[in-house]
Design a protein around this ligand. Structure first.
Ligand code: ZN
Length: 319
């Protein structure tokens, strides 16, 4: 009986240690970023600037390094009319041992105030930013093999403008970037499902991140990346899009749209804390696997058309 008790204690403490993220900090970050003081974080608003300052203070606190002279990467937002709006991406990094770079990104802007109601965007995308900060915290303590570039993008909700601005004005040689892992809406799903899009063009991603969701309570599903899906192809629907257009392999982690999507009800109290914690751990586990194997992954840098040809060749070989 005693033996059994010891075993039980051991296994439960092992389970608790198996998760690598500080749950309290993760929830504190998402709660803070989605609070009313940031007024829905619309690009150009004072709430957005204050949210950026909070993220910069977290970058400093975690101990990220910056390129040029600060974490801030300003750009001019294109608008059809009205005054000039300034956007600001926030960029920090952890140096690895190789020359290769993996971008980990999440947009921090949201849609601001509509009909006098604040859209706090807890899931979209305070959750992704909190997940990004948790990953930065982990890799600061567990040195990555490759350099990790953490980017909190601005102006995603205005047509992925922060991501386009980064590509136009990068902080390092674009050839060094081997992959982008983007987080956008990772805290709200009633079925426990998190999508990893990006394996349509790079099927090897499936085997690389296999098992990353183990013991997290979340299930990683693949999909939403086949051009034949039309609107259900998410490739161009968040900040990985401009990078995909540049032929950079991506994994986009996100959930299916839900009832609170782009509504004032996308609030902290409406996210699923357990799902969010599990999803963040599953994304971190995936990133650890990608970082370890990056050099050996054979990415498909051909056009989609050439990929179809390749599939055909494999099918013919099977027959
Ligand atoms: Zn979003």
């Amino acid at each position: 009986m005693k033996k059994l008790l010891v075993l039980l204690l051991l296994s439960s403490s092992f389970y608790a240690c198996a998760q690598k993220i500080n749950r309290n900090q993760l929830l504190k970050d998402v709660e803070t970023l989605s609070s009313d003081i940031y007024e829905g974080r619309k690009t150009g608003s004072s709430g957005n600037i204050q949210a950026a300052n909070y993220i910069v203070s977290r970058f400093k606190n975690i101990g990220l390094s910056f390129y040029q002279d600060s974490f801030k990467h300003p750009f001019t937002v294109k608008t059809q009319k009205g005054p000039v709006i300034k956007g600001t991406n926030l960029i920090g990094y952890i140096k690895g041992r190789t020359d290769h770079v993996i971008i980990i990104s999440a947009h921090y802007d949201h849609i601001g105030i509509t009909d006098s109601l604040i859209n706090n965007g807890a899931d979209d995308n305070a959750s992704g930013v909190a997940g990004l900060l948790a990953m930065a915290e982990y890799f600061k303590k567990h040195k990555p093999k490759n350099t990790l570039l953490f980017i909190a993008f601005d102006a995603e909700e205005m047509g992925l403008q922060g991501a386009y601005a980064y590509i136009k004005n990068p902080v390092l040689d674009g050839k060094r970037i081997k992959m982008i892992i983007n987080l956008d809406m990772i805290s709200h799903n009633d079925k426990g499902e998190l999508y990893a899009a990006g394996s349509y063009k790079n099927p090897e991603i499936k085997s690389v991140i296999k098992g990353a969701d183990k013991d997290t309570g979340v299930k990683i599903l693949f999909g939403h990346d086949d051009p034949k899906l039309g609107r259900n192809d998410w490739t161009m629907q968040s900040d990985q899009g401009p990078f995909a257009q540049d032929n950079i392999p991506f994994i986009y982690f996100g959930v299916e749209d839900h009832k609170d999507y782009h509504k004032p009800s996308d609030e902290y109290q409406n996210i699923n804390a357990d799902f969010f914690y599990g999803a963040s751990n599953a994304i971190l586990n995936s990133t650890i696997k990608v970082d370890k194997r990056l050099k050996r992954i054979k990415f498909n840098t051909d056009s989609a058309f050439q990929k179809t040809l390749k599939d055909k060749m494999i099918m013919e070989k099977d027959q």
